[in-house]
Design a protein around this ligand. Structure first.
Ligand code: HEM
Length: 201
């Protein structure tokens, strides 16, 4: 697992600088387009709405590639794959990886406990935020999770440019996992909704 992380870190590092500028523009444009589409859908139909979680595969059960013999909801698998890739992309991104010093130190010494906890909490968070019904988020609230005073794993307070870079890295991760531009735009809208709680300077 540790060597896989280092392998992924190497691969993603190459892509980060190349894609950064275009992706910033792309995610902004996709976010606006998706938001407009969501608005017009909600105006034209009052029947049961398809959530983003549904669009990602919803509650359909599939084999969990990470846990042999276990099933997982397809929507959750899609989000977990993006989350895990995003952690690797962020870990390799010198623009924001300083915030994750505790995590990187642990992984560097072969301790994956914090990585696994973060992967679960982030996946739960995105499942709930995108409309999943069978999961709940039990981690810290978004302000406390990103305040070094209440989360000693957060190395400093983030600013707006860090948040923008975080979005760029999530877009790279979503593209690596084959999400369509439309879905990436919708994920971008979800991410932006917590900006004011995460950005604290
Ligand atoms: C949409 C944006 C974001 C979401 C949804 C999010 C979500 C989360 C969640 C759920 C946790 C775990 C909380 C817990 O364990 O109780 C977390 C931890 C953390 N977040 Fe964020 N976050 C976002 C943006 C950012 C940004 C922009 C940064 C810094 C640039 C950042 C840095 C961190 C760090 C350093 C931790 C601690 C990691 C660890 O456990 O080692 N996050 N975040």
């Amino acid at each position: 697992m540790k060597s896989k992380i280092h392998e992924l870190l190497g691969k993603t590092n190459m892509n980060v600088s190349k894609c950064r500028k275009n992706l910033t523009i792309l995610v902004a444009a996709l976010g606006i387009i998706s938001f407009s589409m969501l608005q017009s859908c909600s105006k034209s139909s009052s029947s049961a709405k398809q959530t983003l979680y549904d669009s990602l595969g919803g509650t359909t059960k599939v084999n969990d590639p990470a846990n042999s013999g276990q099933m997982i909801e397809k929507g959750r698998l899609g989000l977990r794959s993006v989350v895990d890739s995003a952690i690797f992309v962020i870990a390799a991104d010198s623009k924001i990886n300083e915030y994750f010093q505790v995590l990187l130190g642990e992984v560097g010494s072969g301790n994956l406990t914090g990585f696994q906890a973060l992967s679960k909490n982030l996946t739960d968070f995105f499942c709930v935020a995108t409309g999943a019904k069978n999961f709940s988020y039990t981690g810290k609230n978004m302000h406390d999770a990103h305040d070094p005073a209440t989360n000693s794993r957060m190395n400093g307070k983030a600013q707006n440019s860090d948040f923008d870079q975080f979005i760029v890295d999530v877009v790279i991760a979503a593209q690596k996992n084959g999400l369509s531009n439309q879905l990436i735009g919708q994920v971008g809208v979800v991410i932006n909704s917590v900006r004011s709680q995460v950005v604290q300077r």
